[in-house]
Design a protein. Structure first.
Length: 408
């Protein structure tokens, strides 16, 4: 059985993995991406809404992945709505398959190699290296690496094989692409729907794609707070019965696609194994925003850190350097994720009446302006901290915080 040898091997070819590989190769390490699927970027399991900041983080000059600019959002509870218009180009609907492919190509330009249709069967520590046994169409291969980066998603096999923790709480999501008719004035606004009968524990969405009244319509649920465990049941019911979604939805042009999002903060020391030369990044490390469910921006940001640190550790032979990765990513986004987990937990216990009351309060002109000025889809804690200074919101949230404390 042949043995391929690399300084850094990245398992998983999503945005986090491709960015990690790009930066590992850029730093001078021989680098390989192992991808289980037949193509980079497929199947697509993402709503495809990212921030302007995320596009800048991607460092791509090729913008062919952008469907359209999203100028704002209409957020609806059972009987209230908030219209939030962005003062600048802050969000974009994208094609994740094209986006991921571009990131992979840019990793290759830096010297990274990619192999497809390969699944990791085992990860074992040898003398000064980590060995990966992978399955191929013709049997099995062995690959050795000084450092392995697990970017293989929410149910990371690399994490499990290395004895590292994986997320214990998840959002279960489903989405369909279809014809969705909106008023012309709001054709470039995303729509968000909250409510315990709509998407318990999270929200539903309709994201326009900029042409022919096509949108992605989907939702996530937190099964811990849901009467039904299958999100598809909620989506189908919304498309058939919801007073707005059912009226505007005119039929699918794609299959329903499902996905899982990790919710939580990994315990310290659980995204790095120095003794085995392994790092976790992206969904595998639960580097996801609990408030919005988005992971592309955090994944790329942490991928850069992981790739550069992994390369330096492998080239110097000092695996203790890997501990810098965990310190660095926690410093950058750890508090934001921890705050988001608390907001998510609070959201899960709100009643539909609570949502209506909150939306009614937030519709005050002063508060709406504050949301539009301070709102940030990548760092939602900014606007929440601003709200904590408002007496009307402190009083409104007091009873729900007490409820939160008693249901922890």
């Amino acid at each position: 059985m042949s043995m391929l040898e690399y300084d850094v091997v990245v398992v998983g070819g999503g945005p986090a993995g491709c960015m990690a590989a790009k930066y590992a190769a850029k730093t001078g390490a021989s680098t390989l991406i192992i991808e289980a699927d037949t193509e980079i970027g497929k199947p697509v399991q993402c709503a495809g809404l990212i921030s302007k900041r995320a596009i800048e983080e991607s460092e791509t000059k090729d913008k062919s992945f952008i469907n359209c600019e999203i100028k704002g959002a209409i957020v609806r509870s059972q009987s209230q709505e908030l219209m939030l218009e962005s003062p600048d180009k802050s969000a974009f609907a994208i094609r994740r398959d094209i986006f991921d492919t571009i990131l992979a190509e840019e990793a290759q330009k830096e010297g990274a190699e990619i192999i497809l249709r390969r699944r990791v069967k085992s990860v074992t520590k040898g003398a000064g290296e980590t060995k990966l046994l992978i399955s191929t169409a013709n049997g099995k291969e062995e690959i050795s690496a000084r450092v392995v980066i697990g970017a293989d998603g929410v149910k990371s096999k690399v994490a499990k094989m290395a004895g590292l923790s994986v997320a214990k709480s998840f959002l279960n999501c489903v989405q369909v692409e279809g014809v969705y008719e909106t008023e012309d004035a709001f054709a470039d606004f995303a729509e968000i729907f909250v409510g315990n009968s709509i998407a318990p524990g999270f929200f539903a969405w309709a994201i326009p794609l900029g042409a022919e009244n096509i949108a992605r319509i989907g939702l996530c649920i937190d099964k811990r707070f849901s009467a039904q465990s299958n999100p598809l049941l909620y989506l189908k019911r919304n498309l058939a019965e919801h007073p707005i979604l059912a009226k505007r939805y005119k039929g699918a042009r794609s299959k329903f696609t499902a996905g899982t999002i990790p919710i939580g903060v990994q315990k310290r020391g659980r995204t790095v194994r120095v003794d085995k030369g392994i790092l976790l990044v992206g969904d595998a490390a639960a580097q996801v925003k609990p408030v919005t469910g988005g992971g592309v921006y955090y994944g790329m940001k942490c991928g850069k850190m992981a790739g550069e640190i992994a390369a330096k550790a492998s080239l110097t032979g000092d695996l203790k350097m890997l501990t810098a990765y965990e310190r660095q990513w926690r410093k950058e986004i750890g508090k934001e994720i921890a705050f988001g987990v608390k907001v998510h937990r609070l959201r899960c216990i709100l009643s539909d009446k609570d949502f209506d009351t909150i939306f009614q309060t937030l519709s005050q002109e002063e508060l709406l302006q504050q949301i539009q000025k301070k709102g940030d889809m990548d760092y939602p804690s900014i606007v929440f901290h601003e709200f904590s200074k408002k007496p009307c919101l402190i009083k409104l949230m007091a009873k729900n915080i007490i409820k939160y404390l008693y249901t922890k």
